[in-house]
Design a protein around this ligand. Structure first.
Ligand code: GLY
Ligand code: MN
Ligand code: MN
Length: 444
């Protein structure tokens, strides 16, 4: 399976430490285990920042990075080996594994953290940490600091400054390395196969969950353990519910089905949307709306290159969609005026995309110093225009109501433009119709 190499985690820690002020410490916790019901837990997924710096997938762990520390800068607190727990729950790296396999300079049992970590914080001027996202960790950090304060009379020096780690870390995460792009390409390829399979399986009489099963099959078969987010399989008017999750309605002849789904590989997300007819053939109205969305996406791709700013792609989609809706008579007026009034928002109420990475809606600032961020090579984002005509929209003729179309691909900014990672799923109308006709033929 394609994975981030261990050496890259070391590079990331080094790069972060190079940005920390002298005599400081960075501390961050693993994701907490969350209970689903009684003694059943939700599938464990490491915290993205923690994963980014360690590749260490276990819960109950804390990273401390202490540039200049005599016995090594990278300290990992983690669970001890425990034959009984490992018999029931699976293997643990333990402290030896943390050093041998994960590059820690020093490792301690998590059970000893209250005794050891305050000593590592003591005397450091500044603490970099995540704030507000792990409330139990925030509370414990204050306890550790209070332990130091309690000894101030003996000369102990509590830290003076607490700085959110996000600024440094999230800016690093925004720029994807060659290894990250490789993993994201593979995640995208698995998700593309999943969409293709769902498209081939679709037919009236099945349900939305039938197609979700096809997606899951390809995700798991490709080595992805989880979907990067709850798959959206939305038939007919459900396609107008942006984050539809029920996935239990029947697929009806004459309806479109919108699938927004992507797997996660080595914690990296992919995020693809395709919209296609259940029967395999677009109606005239579906075709008209679909063509506008596809054109909008093409226009957006042309605005993704180094030197272009973040919002240019969005602006391009707004122009194409507004113009298209006017041409179809779904909006009335002059295009520039309608754009100024944001008239598209009744039909296109989200943005053209978001950063993509360890989180599906990845970290990284969209504006810097009040200005839209200028794109640079290595930034990964989605391009996902859509048109959703509410079933309740009485301003438009009935034949349009309930049509929801989104087309979404993942791209990485390259030196001269962008690379589309998810291009393996067809999206031109004739390609989709041909693919579905071939699948129907093979079933007959
Ligand atoms: N799947 C959520 C999104 O497209 O942003
Ligand atoms: Mn998306
Ligand atoms: Mn999506």
């Amino acid at each position: 399976m394609v994975q981030i190499p261990k050496s890259e985690y070391a590079r990331r820690r080094k790069a972060l430490m190079a940005q920390m002020v002298p005599n400081s410490i960075a501390i961050l916790p693993a994701a907490a285990v969350t209970v689903r019901n009684r003694d059943v837990e939700h599938a464990y997924r490491q915290d993205s920042d923690f994963q980014y710096l360690s590749g260490f997938g276990e819960p109950e762990a804390v990273i401390a990075l202490i540039p200049g520390r005599e016995h090594g800068a990278y300290v990992l607190f983690c669970r001890e080996r425990d034959p009984l727990r490992e018999l029931w729950d699976g293997l643990r790296a333990g402290q030896e594994g943390a050093i041998r396999d994960y590059g820690a300079d020093d490792a301690f049992p998590i059970a000893d953290i209250d005794d050891i970590l305050p000593g590592l914080i003591e005397g450091r001027d500044r603490v970099y940490t995540v704030m507000g996202t792990h409330p139990e960790f925030d509370r414990r950090l204050m306890e550790w600091v209070n332990q130091i304060r309690a000894k101030a009379g003996l000369g102990a020096q509590p830290p003076k400054e607490f700085v959110a780690l996000d600024h440094l870390l999230h800016d690093m995460r925004l720029y994807k390395s060659a290894a990250e792009v490789k993993v994201m390409r593979e995640a995208a390829a698995i998700s593309a196969r999943a969409h293709l399979r769902a498209m081939q399986a679709a037919r009236p009489g099945l349900h939305e969950y039938s197609l979700e099963a096809e997606l899951d099959y390809e995700f798991r078969r490709g080595g992805a353990r989880l979907a990067a987010y709850g798959s959206i399989v939305a038939a007919g008017r459900n396609g107008c519910i942006l984050h539809y999750q029920e996935n239990n309605a029947p697929l009806r002849d004459g309806d479109l089905v919108l699938i927004d789904a992507g797997c996660e590989l080595d914690c990296y997300a992919s995020d693809i949307t395709r919209t296609f007819p259940v029967s395999g053939v677009f109606s005239a109205e579906q075709r008209a709306i679909y063509e506008i969305v596809l054109q909008a996406q093409e226009a957006a791709f042309a605005q993704i290159a180094p030197g272009k700013h973040w919002n240019q792609a969005h602006e391009a989609t707004v122009r194409v969609i507004t113009d298209g809706l006017v041409r179809l008579g779904l909006l009335q007026g002059e295009v520039d005026e309608l754009i100024a009034q944001e008239a598209h928002r009744a039909f296109y109420m989200h943005r053209a995309g978001h950063w993509l990475g360890l989180d599906v809606h990845d970290v990284g600032e969209y504006k810097v110093g009040g200005e839209w961020r200028v794109l640079e090579p290595g930034m990964a984002l989605t391009v996902e225009p859509g048109i959703y005509i509410s079933p309740q929209n009485e301003q438009v003729a009935k034949k349009w109501r309930g049509i929801g179309v989104r087309i979404e691909d993942d791209v990485v900014v390259t030196r001269h433009g962008c690379e589309v990672l998810t291009g393996a799923v067809p999206k031109a109308i004739d390609e989709i119709e041909a693919l579905m006709a071939a699948a129907r033929g093979a079933r007959a």
